[in-house]
Design a protein around this ligand. Structure first.
Ligand SMILES: NC(=O)c1ccc[n+]([C@@H]2O[C@H](COP(=O)([O-])OP(=O)(O)OC[C@H]3O[C@@H](n4cnc5c(N)ncnc54)[C@H](O)[C@@H]3O)[C@@H](O)[C@H]2O)c1
Ligand SMILES: [Zn+2]
Ligand SMILES: [Zn+2]
Length: 364
């Protein structure tokens, strides 16, 4: 099959025509991917020196049609339209039964790019090829754990729906599932890419009273204003923490979110939160977090929490977000600024590096 292949970190991807995929094993499905978005987590895998997983087919925001069903798979048939979610959920493990499906044991190896037994369904010339985030959506076929595939209505447009896979699940989920923002709350979102804009959409869905946002890129700030931000800040011009406190009457925000992956912003978020407020880390900060925890953190009952894929259970949340899109409460169309054929994946990655547009969807 054809796929965009990362041969070595810090190099442009190549369009390879000679990737082989296995038939699905028991419990797996092969999906003919039709569309897949570009997320900053893919870019991090490419741009990080010695990034580890190569050769690798990246892409984890994908949708397509079931092409083949492995033995013992129930509820999916050839020809079904599906969304693929980066975290499969089994419904039965320690985490799933406690309602923490994004931590499911079946998903805990999603960063290895391999099956739990260390194999991969992908190869090239006999060499093992990694499947980025266990998915590999920038290839024509994704052979995945069937629990990653969520069947959706046949009339769902896959070119639009695919952005739910990572951006919407992560951002909207961060607000509704992880932070559980309540009506009338005040929210600060720092970093306004596909993830941050989805956090803004989640805050609007939660009926937050104030949605304060910041991003150094003017175009991203304009997007946020159109998606419902109430106060738009340029962090190169204003002190975001001081301004957020001022805009909330000297109190601080109820909820802060980092949508950029930056340890300075995590500290800013804690400081911008009111006493009793909650800071949620959504961006993937690559540096270790080293910050003094002030004694007042305790008496102020502030909270700092992580967030994986918006604490989503794809089988619950993908249909939920599609339903919200159908009733007009969630805007997917405006998230997609560029559509490109898979052959132009490097141009899409360059757009993300430069902060141009918002989300690129690749057509396979
Ligand atoms: N937690 C999860 O499960 C999860 C899931 C997907 C992505 N991520 C991570 O989320 C982050 C964002 O992903 P994306 O696809 O939206 O990326 P993106 O590149 O499209 O957007 C990031 C935005 O952050 C802005 N930014 C950079 N420095 C800033 C600062 N100091 N203050 C405010 N804004 C700043 C950039 O200008 C850009 O607009 C990445 O780190 C990605 O790896 C996490
Ligand atoms: Zn992602
Ligand atoms: Zn589980």
């Amino acid at each position: 099959m054809r796929a965009a292949l990362l041969e070595k970190s810090q190099q442009p991807l190549v369009l390879a025509e000679d990737i082989r995929h296995e038939d699905p094993r028991p419990g797996e499905v092969a999906v003919r991917v039709s569309h897949c978005g570009i997320c900053h987590s893919d870019l991090t895998m490419i741009d990080t020196p010695g990034g580890g997983q190569a050769p690798c087919v990246l892409g984890h925001e994908a949708a397509g049609i079931v092409a083949e069903v492995g033995a013992s798979v129930t509820g999916l048939a050839k020809g079904d339209k599906v969304m693929l979610t980066p975290i499969p959920t089994c419904g039965a493990c320690y985490y799933c039964v406690r309602g923490q499906a994004s931590l499911c044991v079946t998903g805990q190896n999603f960063m290895t790019g391999l099956r739990a037994d260390g194999t991969s369904p992908l190869s090239r010339g006999g060499e093992r090829v990694f499947q980025g985030f266990g998915l590999g959506g920038w290839g024509e076929y994704a052979v995945v754990d069937a629990r990653r595939a969520v069947k959706i209505d046949p009339d769902t447009p896959l070119d639009i729906a695919c952005v739910i896979g990572c951006a919407i699940q992560t951002g909207v989920g961060a607000v509704l599932n992880t932070a559980k923002v309540e009506e009338g709350a005040t929210v600060l979102v720092m970093g306004l890419g596909g993830i941050g804009i989805s956090i803004v959409q989640g805050a609007r869905l939660a009926n937050a009273a104030r949605i304060i946002v910041s991003d150094p890129v003017a175009e991203r700030r304009d997007y946020a204003a159109n998606f419902g931000a109430t106060d738009v800040l340029d962090p190169t011009q204003v002190d975001v923490v001081a301004k957020a406190i001022e805009l909330t009457g000297g109190i601080g925000v109820d909820y802060a979110f980092d949508g950029a992956g930056n340890s300075k912003l995590i500290q800013d978020g804690i400081n911008a939160c009111r006493i009793g407020g909650t800071m949620t880390m959504v961006g993937a900060a690559m540096q270790p977090l080293e910050m003094p925890i002030p004694a007042l953190f305790l008496t102020h009952e502030k909270k700092l929490q992580g967030c994986l894929l918006g604490s989503c259970n794809g089988h619950r949340d993908i249909p939920r977000f599609l339903a919200l899109w159908r009733k007009g409460a969630l805007d997917l169309e405006s998230m997609i600024s560029h559509r490109r054929p898979i052959a132009d994946v490097n141009a899409g990655l360059d757009d993300m590096r430069a902060g141009r547009g918002l989300r690129t969807v690749l057509e396979l």
